[in-house]
Design a binder for this molecule. Structure first.
Ligand SMILES: C[S@@+](CC[C@H](N)C(=O)[O-])C[C@H]1O[C@@H](n2cnc3c(N)ncnc32)[C@H](O)[C@@H]1O
Length: 412
């Protein structure tokens, strides 16, 4: 084990505890639109968060050890060559008991999160709808389109086992998807996304501060904003900016708009639409256009259309910022298999294909000049992790993202 740095008293600093529990559910950001959870409902999420931490910190190293010590040597002996790709590697891995237990438990934690979220939200749905209705009056910050036909990839397969997905509605003025997303994402990320579940937004603002110091975008477009937790970070970082946040899911937008009101953020307009063809007229062009963890939930053709929209609606001197998990190229096959778990077992149908795509070529094809495109990284800005704990990488749920940006030259 590497030596621990000493402290001023000469004693070794205490390493992060592998036993520490994630921050409890009740420490998430409170606001008027948030569902109220009973003690037992909170405990369910706390258990799921703790299970996720156990899987990442304790069981995952054993999966990796089993892969290295037995799966990989046996596979190479049988093939008489190294495995050709992650698919060949994964088929061998799936025969291993440690992998099977880890994988099954990981799936179970997602099923438990979604069930716990549904139970808590459905129990109080009429009251939640009323609260959000009241917060959303007057409704100039929320623009819905009842005629929108959501893309098939959002309707056909509910992402990460979320009943009804982002677009399903079970009541008039439904807000269930957004509410369930907010109370449950804490558990999936083991509390690591901070009380407001907004670390991708914080990472985006930190990236902009590093790469465009002092820059103040006046018009911001968030494509696929969901319930808007990350949108609000941008809106607060640039309070003088007008922010347009588009999503196909009305229950996400109603909840997100009410949440923004409850939190006192008033420079965001939540608009229902298909981000492949964003319903924009007078609002464009934008100085900053973002997609935050959206592309993997679409399709190959959709990514290209979203990139084209991000080019078309970008102002001169502006930046299109697309944040995702890193591509698989150059990653060891075992890591590719671990990262690819969501694509095979968590209803993320396009996950696997996206991570094989060349997004730089995609931005070029959308119209960006090659000199204005860069592949980069955005790092989560930790929000006071509980004492003795460190942010951990969980192959897709850790704190660093791959970002591909396209910039337009300033007007001359
Ligand atoms: C994983 S969520 C991410 C939400 C948000 N960006 C965040 O950082 O929390 C992906 C969102 O993209 C939306 N989305 C995906 N494809 C879309 C499309 N073609 N049109 C509109 N919204 C879309 C989904 O409805 C969902 O809310």
């Amino acid at each position: 084990m590497a030596a621990q740095p000493g402290n001023s008293s000469g004693k070794a600093a205490r390493p992060p505890s592998a036993h520490a529990l994630p921050r409890p559910w009740h420490t998430i950001l409170q606001h008027a639109a948030l569902p109220t959870l009973t003690h037992d409902e909170q405990t369910r999420f706390n258990v799921v968060a703790a299970m996720n931490r156990f899987l990442a910190q304790r069981l995952l190293p054993r999966v990796e050890a089993a892969a290295k010590q037995s799966v990989e040597p046996a596979l190479e002996a049988a093939l008489v060559r190294p495995p050709a790709d992650r698919h060949e590697y994964r088929r061998a891995l799936e025969q291993d008991l440690t992998w099977r237990i880890w994988s099954r438990m990981r799936r179970a934690t997602m099923e438990m999160r979604q069930q716990a979220g549904q139970l808590a939200v459905l129990r109080q749905l009429p009251a939640l709808v009323e609260t959000c209705r009241a917060l959303n009056v007057p409704g100039d910050h929320l623009q819905l389109d009842a005629s929108l036909a959501p893309p098939r990839y959002l309707e056909a397969l509910p992402a990460h086992l979320m009943p009804g997905g982002y677009v399903g509605e079970r009541a008039a003025d439904d807000v269930g998807a957004g509410a369930s997303y907010e109370i449950g994402i804490y558990a999936t990320l083991g509390g690591q996304s901070g009380p407001a579940s907004d670390r991708a937004g914080r990472a985006t603002v930190a990236w902009l501060e590093d790469h465009r110091p002092g820059w103040r975008p006046r018009r911001i477009l968030d494509l696929g904003c969901g319930m808007g937790s990350n949108t609000l970070v941008l809106a607060r970082a640039f309070p003088e900016a007008d922010v347009v946040a588009i999503d196909a899911g009305a229950p996400m937008l109603r909840y997100g708009a009410a949440r923004a009101r409850a939190l006192g953020v008033d420079n965001v307009r939540f608009v229902q639409g298909d981000i492949e063809q964003p319903p924009l007229a007078a609002e464009a062009p934008f100085d900053l256009i973002v997609t935050l963890m959206v592309l993997h939930e679409t399709s190959r053709a959709a990514v290209q259309r979203i990139f084209a929209a991000s080019y078309r609606h970008l102002a001169a001197g502006g930046v299109a910022f697309h944040l995702e998990q890193p591509p698989y190229r150059d990653k060891p096959l075992l890591e590719q298999c671990l990262r690819d778990w969501d694509g095979r077992y968590n209803n993320e149908a396009f996950w696997s294909a996206l991570h094989d795509m060349d997004l730089v070529a995609g931005l070029c094809a959308a119209g960006f000049d090659a000199s204005g495109i860069r592949e980069t990284t955005a790092n989560a800005v930790p929000v006071e992790p509980p004492p003795g704990q460190a942010l951990q990488e969980d192959y897709g749920r850790g704190g660093a993202w791959y970002v591909v940006t396209g910039e337009k030259p300033p007007a001359s």
